[in-house]
Design a protein around this ligand. Structure first.
Ligand code: SF4
Length: 73
């Protein structure tokens, strides 16, 4: 368990998304960004397809959406 490699430039972690400023988001940051980032939807798309393919509004808990994006390539 360690900080996500995307942490410094991640709009979610750095609270640049409306969805990233809620209490739920704070707990996701602790659990995923500073914990098991392999469970993060943003991280999953980043790892498989690269940063440009990560939708700006993708939220870490949207892993179903991430799977669809990855399947579509
Ligand atoms: S775990 Fe996800 S939301 Fe958190 S810094 Fe990494 S890519 Fe961003």
């Amino acid at each position: 368990m360690s900080d996500c490699e995307c942490l410094a430039g991640c709009p979610f972690f750095n609270s640049k998304m409306a969805s990233s400023m809620t209490a739920v988001a704070q707990s996701m940051k602790k659990r995923l960004c500073q914990g098991d980032n392999t469970n993060c939807a943003r991280y999953q798309v980043f790892k498989k397809l690269g940063k440009p393919k990560v939708p700006a509004d993708l939220i870490p808990n949207q892993t179903d959406r991430a799977a669809q994006i990855i399947a579509a390539g």
